[in-house]
Design a protein around this ligand. Structure first.
Ligand SMILES: [Fe+2]
Length: 350
């Protein structure tokens, strides 16, 4: 373990939520010209009967905001790592139309990839724990309650709010680079453990469809360095699943590293909470920004519950993620999930 070299990121990707909470520099307001173009694009793709998954950025030009888009994409890639786009008139559109718009805008940031064994490329985040009661098979995005900060499995993660919770449910972001540096300054031995990583256990249903055991065959590092690129992949829930299943127990150092990472990334100085109003879109760099959510109270009826759409985007121009961290977004995984989802769809159609 001793030969691990820390890489200390500097610059805009190292930010504190308490500072950004005072500014609106991370929000972009759609202009009326951009909204008019979005409207025309929507009419056009619907007229052509294009399937949502076939829509590319060429089908959804954003020339009225071309310079802004360039800056937003750059901000996600190399800047603070996230942007929020506001001003889409939610009530003007059906949920399906909003999905088309969201996909069209998202395609400018990257290529949507599959998010689970169910084959969804446009994911629905909603508390469905009443319909999917088995927690060993349920993914976090169909669960309720607050979420500790973690990463998903793609280059960029994005959410669009369709419906807000009754109360609470803010989206929470934290810079994985800031957490790294705080650990480096206060508990370098525990940061070393984060570089070393953990065995991870993914949900049984996702693993079965991927045709692999749920437990990773090696430790997946929470931080990896490639040149001047510091990537984070960390899902504390997958560590907990392994412990609960009896796959392994944590050493005192592993437990302390996990606790320190959670305590720092879930500290109010570090994270930024934001309310996503219906129609708001958030895009963040999943390799440098952690996400979670505030606790919330939902409406009991399914049609009134907190509801977000989610995209996982792969950016071909970015340096590929370290293979150990990339185990959860690999092409092979995507292919197996797609094949499994197709088999289920065909069986359901019979
Ligand atoms: Fe997530």
């Amino acid at each position: 373990m001793s030969e691990i070299q820390f890489y200390r990121p500097t610059g805009k990707s190292v930010w504190y939520g308490k500072d950004l909470a005072k500014s609106t520099e991370w929000t972009y307001q759609f202009t009326s010209a951009a909204l008019a173009e979005i409207d025309r694009n929507l009419t056009e793709v619907k007229k052509r009967g294009a399937k949502i998954e076939e829509i590319t950025k060429a089908d959804f030009p954003l020339t009225a905001m071309a310079e802004d888009m360039k800056a937003l994409i750059q901000e996600v890639a190399k800047g603070r790592g996230f942007v929020v786009m506001r001003g889409l008139p939610r009530d003007k559109y059906s949920d399906e139309d909003l999905g088309l718009i969201y996909w069209g805008v998202g395609a400018h940031f990257g290529r949507p990839i599959i998010q689970s064994h169910q084959g969804d490329r446009l994911g629905h985040i909603m508390d469905l724990s009443d319909e999917e009661p088995d927690p060993t098979r349920r993914r976090a995005y169909h669960s309720g309650g607050p979420q500790h900060t973690h990463t998903d499995a793609s280059d960029i993660v994005s959410m669009l709010s369709l419906q807000a919770a009754k109360t609470g449910g803010c989206s929470r972001l934290a810079s994985a680079h800031t957490v790294h540096n705080v650990m480096m300054d206060t508990c370098p031995g525990l940061l070393r453990q984060m570089y070393e990583g953990f065995l991870l256990r993914e949900p049984d249903s996702d693993a079965a469809a991927a045709q692999r055991p749920p437990l990773s065959p090696y430790r997946v590092p929470a931080y990896t360095v490639q040149g001047d690129l510091l990537d984070c992949y960390y899902v504390g829930g997958f560590v907990d699943r392994g412990v609960r299943a009896g796959d392994f127990t944590l050493t005192p150092v592993e437990q302390a590293a996990k606790d320190a990472f959670a305590a720092i990334s879930n500290h109010p100085d570090i994270y930024l909470d934001m309310h996503l109003a219906p129609g708001d879109m958030q895009f963040f760099n999943n390799r440098s920004v952690l996400h979670g959510r505030e606790a919330f109270e939902d409406f009991p009826e399914k049609e009134r519950r907190r509801h977000l759409l989610r995209l996982w985007l792969k950016v071909p121009e970015w340096k590929p993620i370290d293979a150990r961290q990339g185990r959860y977004s690999s092409d092979e995984l995507t292919r197996n999930w797609e094949a499994s989802a197709q088999k289920h769809r065909a069986a359901a159609a019979e």
